[in-house]
Design a protein around this ligand. Structure first.
Ligand code: ALL
Length: 331
């Protein structure tokens, strides 16, 4: 029965294009644990850890997947890795289904970057009830909904508010009080998106800048392009656009170009993906924040391994680094 579930899950994972397993044995094949294996599951095999991400179209998550695969390849005796993600930032139903499939396939732990801070809590509570270790990375689950569902899930990720504030302060140092700026927000039910907006707001207020518009482009480049274009038309006085992630910053770059205003409107983002590094070098983007996507899942996996080997341990949150990236840092 278990093998059947695993085959089904593997087939589905291959369909979403998120299946990765460097061991070559396939995620469903368990080997005899090596001496350094920290924890064996009920069958005495290496633990299987599922990394469940968001949009694999976003370079942030392909970088995250690569980091996790490299960690697994460097620690082959410790655990097996099954990676998956969704195609569309808003496809919450698909992410819920992925969690259900992972539980049904018998994984020992789930490390998840939730696409929504509230909607994923019930299915993760069911995973915990089924005996699966769950670690929340990147986007924090909602504290109230966790309390309602009576479940504790540790969080591993950066202080998004502080990171965004630093990016916006850097931008503000290039502007004058009274200058008009606009924000492109992430999905509004994501805690990290809310925190980044707050960080931007704080720096904007402290510098006396004028926020003329703030809209959600749901983390996506094409939506950001459309929204930024209409913002630039409605508010030609805009001097800068602050995007809550780099995909949206790239959408804003294209909108500024199309409006013939390159060099006049500054743009900042968050993530430090390679396309934005290039845009920073070329002067199209002023700054971004590096939240070290390649290590984020690894920190979550390390915590999951710890909890698997000491099930009685109190799961503690872990704050991960976030750094300001400007042209100086990239030279
Ligand atoms: C967030 C990440 C990234 C990313 C966004 C889009 O959770 O932290 O900033 O760009 O999701 O899915």
């Amino acid at each position: 029965m278990k093998i059947h579930f695993r085959l089904v899950a593997l087939g589905i994972l291959a369909l979403v294009g998120g299946c990765s397993d460097r061991s070559g044995g396939g995620a469903g094949v368990s080997e005899v644990p090596s001496k350094d294996a920290p924890a064996a599951n009920e069958q005495g095999a290496k633990p299987r850890i599922a990394l469940v991400m968001k949009s694999l179209a976003n370079e942030f998550f392909s970088t995250m997947a690569k980091g996790a695969e490299q960690h697994q390849a460097a620690n082959p005796g410790q655990y097996e890795l099954v990676s998956s993600g969704i195609k569309d930032e808003r496809d919450l139903g698909r992410q819920v289904a992925l969690v259900e499939e992972m539980v049904a396939s018998g994984v020992d732990a789930i490390v998840i970057a939730p696409a929504d801070s509230k909607a994923l809590v019930p299915v993760l509570r069911r995973a915990v009830d089924a005996g699966v270790v769950v670690v929340n990375i990147d986007n924090r689950l909602d504290a109230e909904v966790l309390a309602q569902e009576k479940v504790q899930i540790p969080f591993v990720g950066p202080d998004n508010r502080a990171g965004a504030r630093r990016v916006a302060e850097h931008l503000a140092s290039r502007l004058s009080a009274g200058d008009a700026v606009a924000i492109l927000e992430g999905i509004r039910t994501s805690f990290n998106g809310q925190q980044r907006k707050l960080g931007f707001d704080e720096a904007i207020a402290a510098a006396g800048l004028k926020l003329v518009d703030s809209q959600s482009a749901e983390w996506e480049m094409s939506q950001a392009n459309t929204i930024a274009s209409s913002m630039l038309t409605a508010h030609p006085e805009i001097k800068a656009i602050l995007a809550c992630n780099d995909s949206m910053a790239l959408g804003a770059v294209a909108a500024v170009k199309a409006a013939g205003r390159s060099g006049e409107v500054m743009i900042v983002g968050f993530d430090n993906i390679s396309a934005v590094q290039q845009a920073i070098r070329e002067g199209q983007v002023l700054a971004t924040a590096d939240q070290h996507g390649d290590s984020l899942a690894v920190y979550g996996i390390e915590l999951a391994l710890q909890l698997l080997s000491s099930p009685k341990a109190e799961p503690a949150d872990r704050e991960t680094p976030v750094d300001l990236i400007t042209a100086d840092r990239l030279r």
